[in-house]
Design a protein around this ligand. Structure first.
Ligand code: MLT
Length: 444
């Protein structure tokens, strides 16, 4: 048994005990003060505590905190590899050097992508959006599930987490290969490159893209990119979708297909693609980097005309995204990247003036940039100029967090996620006559 499995064996048993204790001893205790309002229901349950998150928490002011304690800024100092962060959010501790080596070896042993998955990719139109290609091939990899046949054969519930983890590790070992192959096929008209298994996961990915990275900057940025995008608690659209799908005992591959589908929306993972589009539009409009006053008036007119500035604001954050701070710290340490393309200077200019301009529009709750505003510009500066590929990078990053969350949820024997829903008539009756009109429909 590889060490990640052995460590998970102990940890998951402990987690399950804690979860069951809370449920049985304190199940009836309230966790919210305010009642659910009509506005909550009508506006996408914004602000309603509706998901359990173990792997990370997003503090409205301080942003992403791994395990609810380790800030994003601290995390990138403690860990340089996604493998370490995965171990951390799965097992609540960083791996020792030995454990890390063992885990990397485990991933390498799973690296074979079955031929039929490559055949599925080859059958797709080359021009198909890279996100759609990724979803189709991930769905095909469902055929490799070790969870499904065991579930059908009646394995005990206590075993579910183990096979979710096995499937998750297989997918971690393979989907970066699929992503790199999509990149080469779609943008370079080239065959996939086999992974160099002497490298770590991210270095393999960059090597398989075939982009020149002789100075190692793309690899360094990608390692940080994967870490900062891996997890953002459990209520964002992709993680929440994943939690629901996985709670039905669908396989990990199906869970990831749903995760990726949620990320493909421009209000979620595709915002990074659109943010770069905005910056390119600015540079085209001025034919150069605008001055500060030019940028301010351009943005003001853009918002006043109903434009949506992708990569600004956030459903949960009320301050500058900690992940954006990590990104700009990286840029400060590597000034050579900014010199490569003025899109980076343009991004930093709008990040600086954006909050002041957006504050003039009272409806905007958070006028600060989030990670999506900057991540694409840095990729562009590093030679990855094909913006329709950016969300694929988000997907192969978010999968680390989604897999850790699903394994933990199954280890705790959590049930299917199934909240209540009411018709608009029922909500209207409750609003006008009082919430007791809904009482006959309460099922808990
Ligand atoms: C994310 O990383 O999932 C995004 O910032 C969206 C969110 O947290 O709601």
């Amino acid at each position: 048994m590889s060490r990640i499995m052995a460590r998970a064996e102990q940890r998951m048993a402990r987690n399950r005990q804690r979860y069951q204790h809370l449920l049985h001893e304190y199940g009836a205790r309230p966790v919210t003060e305010g009642a659910l309002t009509v506005e909550h229901l009508l506006r996408g349950n914004r602000g309603v505590p509706a998901a359990l998150t173990d792997t990370s928490f997003v503090h409205p002011g301080q942003g992403l905190q791994f395990l609810g304690t380790t800030s994003c800024q601290e995390m990138v100092k403690l860990a340089t590899l996604p493998e370490q962060v995965f171990w951390y959010i799965l097992l609540d501790t960083l791996p020792t050097d030995d454990e890390l080596r063992d885990f990397q070896e485990d991933l390498r042993s799973r690296a074979t992508v079955p031929d039929y998955a490559w055949a599925v990719l080859e059958a797709l139109p080359v021009e198909m959006h890279p996100m759609s290609q990724l979803q189709v091939v991930t769905n095909a990899l469902e055929g490799e599930s070790q969870f499904r046949p065991r579930y059908q054969a009646g394995m005990p519930r206590q075993e579910h987490w183990r096979w979710m983890l096995e499937d998750g590790l297989d997918l971690l070992a393979r989907l970066h290969q699929v992503a790199a192959a999509i990149y080469r096929r779609r943008f370079l008209n080239a065959m996939p490159l086999a992974p160099d298994l002497t490298l770590d996961w991210t270095a393999q990915f960059v090597q398989m893209l075939g982009i020149d990275d002789s100075n190692g900057l793309l690899t360094a940025y990608m390692r940080q990119y994967v870490i900062t995008h891996a997890d953002h608690e459990a209520a964002n659209a992709s993680a929440n979708t994943a939690a629901i799908i996985n709670s039905t005992m669908a396989t990990m591959a199906s869970t990831l297909v749903g995760t990726f589908a949620a990320l493909s929306g421009p209000l979620h993972g595709m915002a990074n693609q659109d943010a770069l589009g905005f910056l390119e539009g600015v540079l085209k409009h001025f034919g150069r980097l605008p001055t500060l006053p030019e940028a301010e008036s351009y943005l003001e007119n853009f918002i006043a005309a109903g434009g949506i500035l992708s990569g600004f604001g956030h459903a949960q954050l009320r301050d500058l995204d900690a992940r954006f701070v990590v990104l700009t710290d990286f840029l400060d340490r590597t000034p050579e990247i900014a010199r490569r393309h003025e899109v980076i200077a343009c991004m930093r200019l709008f990040a600086e003036i954006g909050p002041g301009v957006l504050k003039k529009f009272p409806k905007i709750a958070n006028p600060h940039p989030n990670i999506d505003f900057g991540s694409g510009a840095v990729l562009y500066g590093l030679g990855m100029t094909q913006r329709t590929f950016f969300t694929v990078l988000f997907c192969i990053s978010r999968m680390w967090g989604v897999i850790a969350q699903a394994v933990r949820a199954r280890a705790e024997l959590r049930p299917i996620i199934r909240p209540l829903s009411y018709t608009l008539d029922m909500v209207e009756a409750a609003a006008v006559q009082g919430p007791e009109t809904l009482r006959p429909y309460f099922t808990v």
